[in-house]
Design a protein around this ligand. Structure first.
Ligand SMILES: [Zn+2]
Length: 311
């Protein structure tokens, strides 16, 4: 068994305006970090294009049509003050979703023990019918529904450690008792949701907000006290991860103070859950992370643990 890496050069054709934090160079930095010797054992595969019908697992047809139609013939267009599309954006988003779904297929088929999906645009802010926060489609929520409905699973955990609350994932999965959604995030911070009182229509959401300047020790204590017991009790058949690396101390978009070792630590703990309940099946998809050096180092730490635990 091994760790799969899914990515695609089409994800470099999602171009944002000059100075935008969610930029092409992020994915280049991630790709470069994963070309060093230690990552030679990754099972590398191109992320396929998702069928547009797969988007309907999270979004109404009218929304999909609207996003598709919004893509410009040239230049960029703003869907909201943060969220832009270029001519290649819709296709890049289909690669992102397609990569996550293929990764689910691979771990379900035993072709890989776990997987990292290195794609952009990210997805966890995209709500049922609203693009926002750099995100067009709710990639990880779509992957959760796909695993449940296509692979016949009955319990999927989605863990989001991006520094921003995964409001889109929460919106899509709010009333789906087959999913436990766990999110750690800085609060207050964009998008403003993610209070501990937001627990899901079926008690299926666990939000663990962290105050600004929280370090990795605080984060680990919250995970150990609240997230791990809930995940253990839920006993997921598959673990999906919204892997944002913007809680790193060097990240310019937020004020948490995690280090690279904290990303390795949470990856170990999520692999523990997957090992205990899910036959090791875990699929991690890239969300945020905006300091290129910190992003590269943190992704490398994350994927190194996936490889160690997936071997
Ligand atoms: Zn983020």
């Amino acid at each position: 068994m091994t760790t799969a890496l899914l990515t695609h050069s089409d994800c470099l054709d999602h171009v944002t305006p000059p100075g935008h934090a969610e930029r092409v160079d992020r994915l280049r930095a991630v790709a470069e970090a994963l070309t060093t010797e230690g990552f030679a054992g990754l099972l590398r595969e191109d992320a396929p294009l998702a069928d547009e019908a797969e988007l309907l697992r999270a979004h109404p047809q009218g929304y999909v049509d609207k996003v598709k139609a919004a893509g410009p013939a040239e230049g960029t267009v703003a869907l909201d003050p943060d969220t832009h599309m270029s001519p290649g954006s819709f296709r890049a988003a289909l690669r992102a979703v397609g990569g996550a779904l293929r990764a689910v297929d691979m771990v379900m088929a035993g072709e890989a023990a776990n997987a990292f999906v290195a794609v952009r645009p990210p997805g966890h802010h995209a709500e049922t019918a609203r693009a926002m926060g750099f995100c067009l489609f709710s990639t990880v929520a779509i992957a959760a529904r796909y695993a449940l409905d296509r692979h016949g699973l009955s319990r999927v955990a989605v863990v989001d450690f991006d520094v921003h609350h995964g409001n889109g994932t929460q919106d899509v999965l709010w009333d789906d008792p087959r999913v436990l959604f766990v999110s750690t995030h800085q609060m207050p911070l964009y998008p403003g949701t993610g209070a501990a009182e937001e627990t899901g229509a079926a008690g299926n959401v666990l939000n663990l907000p962290l105050p600004p300047m929280s370090d990795g020790r605080r984060f680990r204590a919250e995970i150990e006290a609240h997230a791990l017991p809930r995940l253990d009790a839920f006993a997921p058949e598959l673990v999906l991860v919204s892997a944002g690396f913007d809680a790193h101390a060097a990240d310019p978009l937020a004020q948490l103070a995690w280090g690279t070792a904290d990303f390795a630590w949470i990856t170990q703990r999520l692999c523990d859950i997957a090992e205990a309940h899910s036959g090791r099946r875990l699929v991690s998809t890239l969300e945020g992370g905006y300091d290129l050096e910190a992003l590269a180092a943190s992704v490398a730490a994350h994927v190194a643990v996936l490889m160690e635990r997936g071997a």
